[in-house]
Write a protein that binds this ligand. Structure first.
Ligand SMILES: CC(C)(COP(=O)(O)OP(=O)(O)OC[C@H]1O[C@@H](n2cnc3c(N)ncnc32)[C@H](O)[C@@H]1OP(=O)(O)O)[C@@H](O)C(=O)NCCC(=O)NCCS
Length: 184
């Protein structure tokens, strides 16, 4: 499943293109962005090219993928957000987001998560949205809470990175919750 282009007051979320290679390079080379990653991050000689190719392939296959996140007015790249997983049977998606440290503390993550939620719930009637965040990633937890998700549970030994087990929190929001809020 693919997101459309999403625009908010301050942000624009759109597909990566060849012109974003340097932006991806910047994001991939920023250790603070990957400090709490729940997946093993593969590096190579040109990781940005491998990453971009993967995204472009996913766009043409209509599969979940990340999109470039830019400031509306200047079109400055500030990070990425998108979908990591779509479970058709349960009608649920998992969202992901990574922002360059220089742009933290501005509410950008909260703003784009809210806009993605609006699209998923109101335009295509997804029933459940999830986010996985590594235990200790307080910034991510705060953004998820501010966007309306709630902490559901801890998942222990969710993955192993460099031989070390990592625990994560599962955050979620249900479409019916929003429906209740807006109608009561
Ligand atoms: C998580 C992340 C996307 C948040 O981006 P952001 O644009 O700064 O988020 P927001 O400004 O919308 O909200 C973040 C909240 O965390 C707070 N915060 C930021 N840095 C913090 C820190 N070091 N310690 C505690 N809280 C912090 C912000 O103040 C804000 O909360 P507040 O408004 O209640 O004060 C960003 O930090 C990031 O990209 N981190 C690395 C990648 C990552 O963890 N991705 C998420 C994987 S699930």
């Amino acid at each position: 499943m693919l997101l459309p282009k999403i625009q908010t007051e301050r942000l624009i979320l759109n597909k990566y293109t060849e012109a974003d290679l340097d932006n991806i390079k910047l994001l991939l080379s920023e250790p603070l962005v990957w400090e709490f990653s729940s997946e093993q991050f593969s590096s190579g000689i040109y990781p940005e090219r491998i990453y971009l190719q993967k995204m472009l392939q996913r766009y043409s296959d209509g599969k979940c993928s990340m999109f470039a996140l830019k400031l509306n007015d200047s079109r400055t790249y500030i990070g990425e957000a998108g979908l990591l997983l779509f479970d058709e049977k349960i009608n649920k998606v998992e969202i992901g987001f990574n922002i360059l440290p220089k742009y933290w503390y501005n509410g950008y993550a909260t703003e784009i998560i809210k806009a993605i939620i609006d699209f998923l719930f109101l335009s295509i009637q997804i029933e459940r949205i999830e986010a996985i965040t590594v235990v200790g990633n307080v910034r991510s937890e705060k953004a998820l809470l501010k966007a309306g998700l709630k902490k559901e549970k801890t998942i222990e030994n969710y993955n192993k990175i460099d031989g070390n087990s990592i625990d994560v929190f599962l955050y979620s929001i249900l479409n019916q919750t929003i429906y209740k809020i807006t109608t009561s």
